[in-house]
Ligand binder design. Structure first.
Ligand code: SF4
Ligand code: SF4
Length: 344
């Protein structure tokens, strides 16, 4: 059996959905985040894989019934991806090939000035996954797999072993039918509905929606704000900030929201984020990733749940609740000014 087969079997036995292999050659000419030597000098290959999320927890999250089970599942799946990559690295090291596991999320190139706002990843699991054929880009820019959509977490193990590269998913076999329901699920419309962007990696061009501004995602996915501009629905964030189109104004509003966020009551759940010192972060969005299940009917149902489950508000004790949009607006207006200004 080849090393590729051994590794694939090792990962599939542990619940992985898909496995792929990229090499320094197939990654040549790609963005800095596919430079394998950044994390492991002498690395020759990246082993990319995907794990699924719990769908019942996603449904409860989107319907605003319960936020915490999906947050737990999300964090646990990320940890599982990290643990698996390290377990695989140890197995390869025992065979004489220096290897390294990687964190599936929340690791950044902290030597880059302003990294706390732009969050440049130490390694792009997405690029490695599309180049190695683990999945392909959906319109949202998340990576998805046929039958699973983008509700997956990606992991990567780096090794000095020269593996046989696997091919990207052909465009005609992509899970993404460009339904654009992911666009409809973003409270701040971070990515475009029509315009595309592309990236070249190892002589292959990959495309997805053009991102308007990464700050939009930091603003919403960071939990600082969550109300859609229609004011008819929100993410799990109780924030109701203005989201300016102008980049400089957007940055100023984001910085103002971050300062106020630190004064909000602590919510149930949450986790530490290296870019946010002194305050916990909570999973309040991720919608564009978790709504897409690789089946148009299921995805449409997810978006309907999200958009009909109202707008979130926060109690003084930190707990969250959702109300239909007009009721939420009235309840918000009644909040005493000192508390209200933490959210808008
Ligand atoms: S929601 Fe539709 S357009 Fe978006 S990634 Fe999924 S299949 Fe593609
Ligand atoms: S995570 Fe949320 S805010 Fe960020 S792009 Fe996706 S839907 Fe929009």
């Amino acid at each position: 059996m080849s090393w590729n087969q051994d590794i694939e079997e090792f990962l599939r036995e542990r619940g992985v959905l898909q496995v792929g292999f990229a090499t320094v050659e197939t990654l040549a000419g790609g963005p800095p985040s596919v430079d394998l030597s950044y994390k492991l000098p002498g690395a020759r290959s990246a082993i990319s894989f995907a794990l699924p999320f719990r769908r019942d927890a996603i449904r409860a999250f989107l319907a605003k019934e319960d936020r915490v089970p999906h947050e737990h599942d999300n964090l646990e799946t990320n940890l599982r991806a990290k643990d698996l990559s390290w377990e695989l690295a140890k197995m390869l090291e025992r065979e004489g090939f220096p290897s390294k596991g990687t964190a599936a999320n929340l690791k950044y190139r902290t030597e880059i000035q302003g990294w706390q706002l732009t969050l440049p990843p130490d390694l792009s699991h997405r690029y490695l996954a599309v180049r190695s054929g683990v999945g392909s880009f959906g319109w949202s820019g998340n990576v998805g797999i046929k039958g699973f959509g983008t509700a997956v977490i990606l992991g990567t193990c780096l090794t000095t072993l020269a593996l046989e590269p696997t091919a990207p998913v052909p465009v005609e076999e992509s899970f993404c039918d460009r339904c654009k329901l992911c666009h409809a699920s973003c409270p701040v419309e971070m990515f475009d509905k029509e315009l595309e962007a592309s990236v070249d990696i190892g002589g292959v061009t990959f495309s997805h929606a053009r991102r308007k501004s990464i700050l939009l995602c930091q603003f919403c996915c960071g939990g600082f704000t969550g109300l859609h501009r229609s004011r008819k629905w929100s993410s799990w964030s109780p924030g109701r900030f203005r989201v300016p189109e102008d980049e400089k104004e957007l940055l100023n509003e984001l910085l103002r929201a971050i300062a106020l966020y630190a004064k909000r009551p602590v919510m149930p759940g949450g986790y530490e984020h290296s870019a946010l010192k002194g305050a916990k972060q909570y999973m309040t969005c991720g919608n564009c990733q978790i709504v897409c299940w690789g089946d148009k009917k299921e995805t449409a149902h997810n978006v309907k749940l999200l958009k009909t489950s109202g707008c979130v508000l926060q109690e003084p004790d930190g707990s969250l609740y959702a109300l239909p949009p007009e009721e939420a607006a009235r309840a918000f207006e009644k909040i005493e000014p000192e508390r209200k200004q933490l959210y808008c």
